[in-house]
Design a protein around this ligand. Sequence first.
Ligand code: AR6
Length: 170
Amino acid sequence: MTATITLVRGDITRQSADAIVNAANSSLLGGGGVDGAIHRRGGPAILEDCRRLRASHHGKGLPTGRAVATTAGDLDARWVIHTVGPVHGAPGGDPELLASCYRESLRVADELGARTVAFPAISTGVYRWPMDDAARIAVETVRSTPTAVEEVRFVLLDDRAYEAFARQLG
Ligand code: AR6
């Protein structure tokens, strides 16, 4: 089975879903963009979990392309899945690592038993991945990844992102 893909324009922190994916960084200690918004609206419980994860499993940080889950705190979700996208144009800025973010997040979602998962456009902000290419990788990867997740919802903050994803869905 593969997930049904839906598109929403808006703020991912306002979504209701089993799991909300965060475009984090390796430190797992927060940042700007969607990461900042998730921690702000989700409250301190998310950061507490992140610190615990760092201490127990990821003392050196979460590698690019991997994913881990925490509580969703005050968000309307059961879990936040944190993944680290590649920086476009930097060493290690490999498209395969961006695909890996989506695959690994779905693998974690399956482990949790999540049926609806909301994703932002990973790496397209601070990490500068070109939107059209990021949308292509996101959609192709979700379409080709077997999962028990029923709905993958891409939550796009602006028209440019929404239209890039809509073009990929055809
Ligand atoms: N809802 C949905 N999409 C959003 C939201 C939101 N509330 N806020 C931003 N976006 P970015 P990255 C979009 O920079 O490129 C952080 O500091 C945004 O318009 O959040 O993976 C982390 O800590 C863009 O299209 O993530 C890392 O250090 C997309 O989400 C670094 O940024 C991703 O932008 C990660 O950079």
